[in-house]
Design a protein around this ligand. Sequence first.
Ligand code: B12
Length: 140
Amino acid sequence: MQRLVILGVAESDAHAVANQLIAHHLRASGFTVMNLGVCTALADFAAACGRHPEAEAVLIGSLNGHAMQDLEGLLDLKLSGAISCPVIVGGNLSVGSHKGPDLRDRLLRQGVDHIADDISELLPLLDTLQAGTPVRVRSA
Ligand code: B12
């Protein structure tokens, strides 16, 4: 069975390296990766979900510190069903080196399902989600 994920970097964000590494890592592990690349608006993630209803997850990277702003509107897209699979976010999610627990809570309230700190967490997380096992959310 084909396993497909939708990958991209948040709308204001031009950091491409981790995005390319993640796409390569997942493809090497047998996934089909629809990589929307850098500077991807939430509406484009939703459109990709519409084209690929079989997607297991949407993976969004954010490195420039503006995850909160870029993900505004995600909850509405989740509630409307435009994005119906789990949303996993990773990277450097706020400005500065200190990432409080507050940030994690705000992102979860905004419609994010899981926060991953590193690429190595992705495969186990995707396998767990596919198996339907509840996952404990990691902090940012
Ligand atoms: C290269 C770079 C750039 C390049 C990007 C070129 C390109 N085409 O990619 C350029 C020069 C364009 C750039 C611009 C800017 N940058 Co810059 N950049 C970097 C730098 C030096 C390396 C980033 C990188 O590629 N790392 C290699 C990858 C593999 O590692 P990573 O990105 O950290 O990703 C890891 C994890 O975060 C995680 N991860 C990342 N994405 C995802 C996604 C998912 C789904 C998951 C699960 C995990 C995950 O997994 C990766 C492996 O562990 C970092 C500093 C640093 N040393 O990290 C700053 C850095 C990210 N940039 C920063 C900033 C501020 C900017 C600018 C705003 C600067 C400016 N004033 O213009 C702009 C923003 C531009 C924009 N619109 O986004 C800050 C962000 C600060 C913050 N968040 O608090 C950093 C941290 C530098 C710093 N210390 O201040 N940048």
